[in-house]
Write a new protein. Structure first.
Length: 308
């Protein structure tokens, strides 16, 4: 399997974790989900993230999900989320998934980090624990972690730690951070790949600022692919037109505590997974929410007809 590099581009879909209605891992649905994402044009996948319900899994389950996913990818890269409260758990899971053929690992800073020195020291410890040969995706997601990392601190870490290969950009607001990093690179700083998350809510603008693609989840991954490809071709107007057709569903998914239920409902409706089940404490959509989603999907289809 290929490793991610500082030149990695495209769409790495954040994959959900399929469960049966009895909340066991649905291995058959993992196969179908991987096929679905690849058929829609994904360049790679990221598994065991927040929207993959990683905190609800045992380490053995995490390894088995990685094994099953990698076996289905036909050589395309998979990034594995390994964030954990302790370095020992990060080191153990990293070794197992890299031995299975993962392309790199994604690590978010622990919530208790409050100073630049703490953040830099933490990532030094991560690199020391997992080895300098393992590509790292630094997940910058302060809305969840509460850890604020400035542009200058990120640039300092990129220079000091070459194994930090990619930034998963999820700051909010954070467009200026992309500009800051690309400006620093124009002045000689080492390049890093930037893939963007946050449910793709600002994907066209992020691409215009210099992002290399998306690393997020959405029940219509073809939208992510089409928007990124249009931006890479310089056709930003078409990128916005495509994005706007899906924007109501993108926005509806942004509801805290509800977004994963929406995504899994639509993925199940599209046949990507067998069930929309989440592990507790995740809850299914209410009848009213389902009706709202169905109305959004119907309007989306009408808009896409006019776009095409």
């Amino acid at each position: 399997m290929p490793l991610i590099t500082t030149d990695t581009k495209g769409v790495f879909v954040i994959a959900v974790t399929p469960f049966t209605e009895s909340m066991e891992i649905d291995t058959a649905s993992i196969d179908g989900m991987v096929d679905f994402y690849l058929e829609k044009g994904a360049n790679g996948l990221t598994i065991l993230g927040v929207m993959g319900e990683a905190p609800k899994l045992t380490q053995d389950e995490s390894v088995e999900i990685a094994r099953r996913t990698l076996a289905r990818m036909n050589g395309k890269p998979v990034v594995v989320g390994v964030s954990a409260p302790g370095l020992a758990a990060i080191g153990e899971l990293t070794k197992k998934v890299m031995d299975l053929g993962a392309a790199g690992v994604m690590v978010a800073p622990p919530w208790k980090m409050r100073t630049d020195e703490q953040v830099i020291g933490y990532y030094r410890s991560v690199v020391s624990t997992i080895g300098e040969d393992v590509p790292i995706v630094l997940q910058d997601f302060p809305l969840t972690t509460t850890v604020q990392i400035s542009s200058s601190t990120l640039c300092k870490m990129f220079q000091e730690m070459p194994s930090i290969t990619m930034l998963k950009h999820e700051d909010w607001p954070g467009l200026q951070k992309i500009t800051d990093i690309r400006d620093a690179e124009a002045k000689g700083q080492r390049r890093v790949s930037i893939l963007c998350g946050n449910g793709a809510v600002l994907l066209p603008e992020e691409m215009e600022r210099g992002a290399d693609g998306a690393m997020t989840g959405f029940a219509y991954p073809e939208m992510l692919v089409q928007v990124v490809e249009a931006c890479q071709a310089g056709d930003f107007e078409r990128a916005h037109d495509i994005f706007n057709a899906y924007l109501p569903l993108v926005c509806y998914e942004q509801q805290p505590g509800l977004g994963l239920a929406v995504r899994k409902y639509v993925l199940a409706k599209r046949g990507a997974i067998a069930s929309a089940t989440q592990r507790r404490p995740g809850a299914p959509l209410s009848a009213k929410a389902i009706a709202e989603v169905e109305r959004i999907l119907a309007r989306q289809e009408r808009q896409l007809e006019t776009l095409n």
